[in-house]
Structure formats: C-alpha cells, structure tokens
Design a protein around this ligand. Structure first.
Ligand SMILES: Nc1ncnc2c1ncn2[C@@H]1O[C@H](COP(=O)(O)OP(=O)(O)O)[C@@H](O)[C@H]1O
Ligand SMILES: [Mg+2]
Length: 374
C-alpha cells in the first residue's frame, strides 16, 4: 500500500535558526497560495510597528500568525504577551492588562504589573477582542491614544509604555459596531493593518504538510510506531471540511498517534466523520453535507456494528426518524442489488435474524420494494 511517509529530517530542532533567539517561535506550516500570500504579508507587517487586526474562524492559526509577526520583527527579543479577552471577567481582564496595586481588590495581595507593562518594547496579543465589554474597550482606546497605563487602584503615577498591539477575532466587528457592541473609534484605531487567515477547507493543499508536521510533533513525544499515512487516509483527510480548522486537525493527529498501534494510519483508523467524505467520493460528485444516514451506514458497513445495536435502538428511542431508517435501508438495497438477505448480512445480522429484520421493516413501514434495485 502506498504510504505518504514523513521523515524525521523535517523536524525543526528547537534552538535552530530563528528559534534560538525566540524560543517560543512556532513555524507557520503551509505552501498553498493563500498561505504564501499570508507569509509575504507577515514579512512586510513585521518590519513595521503598526497595529494589526487578524480575522479568521476559530482554530485557523490567528495566534500563530501574531507570534510569527512578533518573532520576525525587531521586537523579537522582547516579550510576546497573549491575553485572552474572552476568558476573564471584566475586572480581572482590566488587572491583567493594566496591573493593580496591593489591596485594590480582594485577592490583590501585592502590586502586580499588567501585560501591557511587562511587554514593554514587545507585543501584546489581544485574542478574541470582540468579547471585550464596552467599558474595557474604552480603557483600551484610551491606552492606544496616550500610550499610558495606570494600575488598578493606583492614584496618579501613570506610566508610559511602548508595546505593539495585535488583536484577533472570529467575529465580524463591523456587524458588532452596527449593533452598538463594538466601538467604532476603537475599531479604526486597531484596524491599521488587516490580515485574514482563511479556513483550512479553502487551502486544502496545506493539509498533507500539516498532517506530517503534527505527526512529527506527536510521534516523537509519544514513542509511537507510526511512520506515515496511507494514500486513502490522506485523501479522506484532504476531503474533510475541518469546521474546527487546524486545531481540529492537530487534535485528531494527536489522538491517532496515541491510539493507533500499527505503523501506517489507514482509512479505517480515522473517525467516521472524516471517512464519510471518502464514501461520498465514490458517488456522483456533488458537494453535499453528510447526513445522519451517511453516518449510520458507515457504522454498519465499515465499523461492522449490528443493525440491532445502532439503527434499531436509535429509532425506538426516537433519536432518528422513519425517514432515516428508510434511507439506510435504501442504501443497503442499492449495495445488495435488491436482495434483503444480503442487506441483513451487510448490516451485521445473523442469518436467523433475517425474519425479525423483515418484520421490523414491515411493521414500521420501512420495507422498500426491492425490485427497483435489481
Ligand atoms: N499554519 C500552521 N502551522 C502550524 N501550526 C498551526 C498552523 N495554524 C494553526 N496551527 C496550530 O493550530 C492550533 C490553533 O491555532 P491558533 O493560532 O491557536 O488558532 P486561532 O487563534 O485562530 O484559534 C495551534 O496549536 C497552532 O499552533
Ligand atoms: Mg486563538
């Protein structure tokens, strides 16, 4: 079987090249046209000090783009400080960004600098900036206008800091402005340079390279026997729509590396949602969404689960409808050319269960005329 092998020579040793200066630098993988263009943009942007706003779905690599900008530019030796604006309640976020003085709130046992101060001469990455409250947006705007910060609870003593600000969001900030949820003046302050990271399904050429990159990363860490991915499995990985983008791919590869005990990742090792794409490839090629029936059919015919353990209990529990059952049966009949005995075998039933199967279909009005499939 043809396998796409990856070689350990592609592993980037920690401390090599750029990384020696910038230990947190991560390489941006991908040579598709959009990624090459993005890399070019990053190179240009990293030389300047301009604020950047990065757009893109969750998991596309917005943070890694921000890191790459920081570590490719003159601020690389200084701090890159990520702040997740969605992860903290407002008061904690304020203290996270601006710092606080001892006793300014419960739990403030000592003076603490904020990220904007710690990252002086470096970069602060404001992730999920669309989730900031309007009050926080006001504080951020004031900082962007003056470059001055004041720790929470401090009176006087504003400090001037020099940080580059890079923001990111998966939201449409213009819509938020229209709805009064995001300040327009802050938007224009931040939006000096706009970078959009396209979803993975719009740059499928990057998938094999990313797969090999993550295999390298996880195989070494897990002492896994895996040496590559079969051609069919790679085809399915490329065809899948990746709603969770690169993060979903990375997590999947990690799970494979931990779970697969042979040397090549095969099609059957992949989760059904990824494999299902491959099934539809054998049918007339229409871009269509995976259906419940697709899933059930895969479980029956590929994961070799019995009809009695999958379709039947789900139908009885009303988790699926009669239409779903009929759809699954129709596929079985297509495959078996109208022979219900073969359908029963295809759906992993014992031959003595054949009668029960037909009775079930008759009783629930799921028995389709077999002649059409002959
Ligand atoms: N082009 C890429 N090359 C290598 N790793 C990537 C790439 N894009 C994303 N990743 C990885 O995928 C995960 C999600 O990326 P992240 O930057 O956190 O996405 P986002 O901020 O857009 O949600 C991270 O582990 C990141 O290192
Ligand atoms: Mg992120």
């Amino acid at each position: 079987m043809e396998a796409t092998n990856f070689s350990s020579s592609t592993i980037t040793p920690i401390g090599a090249g750029m990384a020696s200066r910038t230990k947190q630098h991560v390489r941006l993988i991908g040579h598709s046209q959009p990624m090459t263009a993005l890399q070019g943009e990053i190179d240009r942007v990293s030389r300047s000090d301009a604020k950047v706003l990065i757009h893109g779905e969750s998991g596309v690599g917005k943070e890694i783009v921000a890191r790459t900008i920081h570590y490719s530019g003159p601020r690389a030796a200084m701090m890159f400080a990520p702040v997740n604006c969605a992860g903290l309640p407002e008061t904690l976020l304020e203290s996270e960004l601006f710092g606080h003085v001892k006793g300014s709130f419960t739990g403030a046992y000592r003076d603490k600098p904020g990220k904007l101060e710690s990252a002086h001469m470096g970069t602060v990455f404001l992730d999920e900036i669309g989730e900031m409250t309007l009050r926080m947006q006001g504080l951020l705007l004031r900082f962007l206008e003056t470059g001055e910060i004041q720790r929470v609870g401090a009176d006087g003593g504003a400090r001037h800091v020099n940080v580059r600000v890079i923001g990111a969001t998966h939201r449409n900030l213009r819509d938020m402005i229209a709805q009064g949820q995001f300040r327009e003046d802050l938007y224009y302050r931040l939006n000096v340079i706009q970078i959009t990271v396209p979803p993975l399904r719009e740059r499928r050429e990057d998938i094999p390279e990313l797969v090999n990159h993550f295999l390298n990363k996880f195989v070494a860490a897990n002492r896994s026997p895996i040496t590559g991915v079969s051609a069919e499995a790679m085809k399915a990985l490329v065809a899948y729509s990746w709603p969770g983008n690169v993060r979903e791919l990375e997590n999947l590869i990690e799970r494979m590396v931990v779970g697969v005990q042979h040397d090549t990742i095969e099609l059957h090792d992949l989760p059904s949602e990824v494999r299902a794409q491959d099934n539809v490839a054998f049918r007339p090629r229409r871009e269509r969404r995976r259906t419940v029936a697709d899933d059930l059919y895969t479980r029956l015919t590929e994961q070799r689960e019995s009809f009695w353990a999958t379709v039947y209990p789900m139908y009885m529990a009303r988790e699926i409808t009669r239409a779903h059952v009929r759809d699954v049966v129709r596929r079985g009949l297509e495959e078996a050319r109208g022979n219900y005995k073969i359908v029963a075998r295809l759906f992993n039933m014992e031959s003595r269960e054949y009668k029960r199967f037909l009775n079930f279909l008759r009783k629930h009005d799921c028995q389709l005329p077999f002649k059409e499939y002959r």
